[in-house]
Write a protein of this length. Structure first.
Lengths: 379, 379
């Protein structure tokens, strides 16, 4: 699958036009959290305009001589939206990891493809001239720094860099992923709630073992369908959500209208729940979504429909545009879709780290596709 | 003045016996804060027993080729007392500063001579085999990381290291001393309230420009007098406090009994005030001490007697033993002495950073010796 096969004839480049598609797809994979990619997309496009397109490499092209640097933002998305990331932060972070590890980065990578953190590595790649690896360590968005496939495979965060727009630089060597999260979170709060972070920087062989390949390409495919670009141009607006489900092996869980919404900002997280009333084929049914930054739990008439680490995305019913947990509104008409997460999250260690129990939900995990099949049988 | 001229015949070594003298003097210079040196003294003595005495060098012996590493503890003293510092932390901190700066430390130094932070560099010197510089950057104890003479001279904290007993290591390059304090404080809280810190590590020429020379020797002289060692062996217990005042150009401000005590632990600081009723020659007079970790403000019958950055120490009236703000008790009979701070603190920039206004006291600073002369005239 190519990043830009249709347009540029070169599937190895991210151009300005590609950024909008990737950003929209990343918002879907953000499952309501991960921060709005909008500001990051503006920065990435400006830097591509100034410095030229970003070169994309596949995980299979990496060698042990490569040093791959995942770079992204940490902090409350509501702060990030207000703060235009200083470009100097990106270069400062890359310089800091090079100085602290004495290894020269050969590529950057998104740590999480979902949400705004898809854009920061594109901006960093444009600025530094480094290629970007078509992969990430979540295949979605998650709220905590240790919720990454490196951690599942037993790799620690390694040398961790935080830089802020004041010019402060903090390099940690935490003993494990949980300590990395604790230290980074407290430093970020002190830095004003938002910072640029590098962690899990590893040689090419570790990235090959751990990363989820092809996720930038997947984001781009999603964006193309929802924007009606390329082969999707034929699709009517309301057919795009079904086309998306086909493309992603996703399940269209519910069409409905938001009738109740509780949402609080607590402990750095946006927590809450939304109640939906069915429309169209789902008229008469009720649906409930629980979220903590990301959409984590979906129940139809009290019966489990999808649960983390599987992906639950809320899309505008008319336009297909993804809706974040922060922008969800009373009365909104939405489609909820459920997508299988990457198989690395479906292992016992994956479910321990990002399954329902980790987030305090007392439900047993089951694959979204099995839950859909079960419902079909019952109907 | 020698560190150990009387005993070892070698004024360039700190032996086990010297540690107790320095620790007691450091507690006086701690002016009620800075943490109890007791646990640190035990560790320093054990390491000297294992690895031999610590070599002392003077500030005048440093050259630009030297790389002097101030090392100490950061955190609430009440946590530090409970936690026996892991020796591995000291070596980890020295290794971290070497790796981050690519300069090999040639000497350690106390960042503050007052309280427990006098002992940590002695322990680090014994463990590493490095000499210790007979100097510090406060000449007393202060509660914030940027309250150092390097800061007064316009030097930033440089590369800053924090390590904890879990094995976590955090290396910062904060933009200034205030950011260093903020970042270090929040990381320390996350680390459990206490950590080993290196900051203001500089070449020998900067230490010569900025440090307050001879403060380890001063601590030792104070300790020797209060312990009745050497030439002080002749002194009766109750004459030692006067001998100390002679030695330090200090003023015996008040002898009294604690009749009221307010003390809270807030925001990581021990804050409060003590009221005293005069005894002996001071019978009939009243005295008030205000403290924030350290004793900061002393008033006799409502008239200013001494104020930060000058030193205010509270000693047991019978034994001369220094009393911390945490161990001050109702009914205690004490002598309060006031000592001139180093001249670097008496400059406009020094008073800005550590004068009464910085701590929220609405009094005008005046030298403790002028206040004493004024009182004498009035009497």
């Amino acid at each position: 699958m190519s990043i830009d096969a249709q347009r540029s004839g070169d599937d190895r480049l991210i151009t300005e036009a590609d950024v909008d598609e990737i950003a929209l797809g990343a918002a879907v994979l953000g499952t309501g959290g991960g921060g709005d990619p909008h500001v990051g997309a503006l920065i990435a496009k400006r830097l591509i305009r100034l410095h030229g397109p970003v070169r994309v490499i596949g995980v299979d092209e990496l060698s042990p001589a490569d040093f791959v640097v995942p770079i992204g933002g940490i902090g409350a998305p509501s702060v990030d939206v207000e703060r235009i990331m200083a470009e100097s932060e990106l270069l400062a972070a890359l310089e800091a990891i090079e100085r602290a590890t004495r290894r020269i980065p050969t590529a950057v990578m998104p740590i999480e493809v979902g949400g705004g953190n898809s854009m920061i590595p594109i901006a960093a790649a444009a600025l530094s001239g480094l290629p970007i690896v078509d992969a990430d360590a979540m295949g979605r968005a998650f709220p905590e720094a240790q919720m990454v496939t490196f951690h599942l495979a037993g790799y620690g965060p390694g040398t961790t860099v935080l830089v802020d727009h004041h010019g402060n630089e903090v390099v940690s060597r935490p003993v494990d992923g949980a300590w990395s999260e604790r230290l980074a979170r407290s430093v970020t709060v002190e830095m004003g709630g938002s910072a640029t972070m590098i962690d899990y920087a590893y040689g090419g062989e570790v990235v090959q073992e751990c990363a989820i390949p092809g996720t930038l390409t997947a984001a781009k495919r999603i964006g193309r369908i929802l924007l009606g670009h390329g082969e999707s141009a034929e699709l009517r607006d309301d057919a795009r959500i079904d086309a998306l489900c086909d493309e992603l092996d996703a399940v269209r869980l519910f069409d409905g209208k938001v009738t109740d919404l509780q949402r609080q900002f607590e402990g750095g997280f946006t927590r809450g729940a939304a109640e939906l009333e069915g429309v169209g084929d789902d008229r008469g049914a009720r649906f409930r979504l629980d979220f903590q930054n990301e959409m984590l739990l979906a129940r139809r008439d009290g019966v489990l429909a999808a649960v983390t680490p599987d992906l639950i995305a809320v899309l505008d019913l008319a336009t297909g545009a993804p809706i974040t947990t922060e922008s969800l509104r009373y009365g909104a008409r939405v489609a909820v879709i459920g997508m299988p997460c990457h198989e690395k999250w479906r292992t016992p260690v994956g479910l321990d780290n990002a399954g329902p129990a980790h987030f305090g939900y007392d439900v047993e995990w089951a694959p979204v596709e099995s839950l859909a099949a079960r419902r079909k049988e019952a109907a």
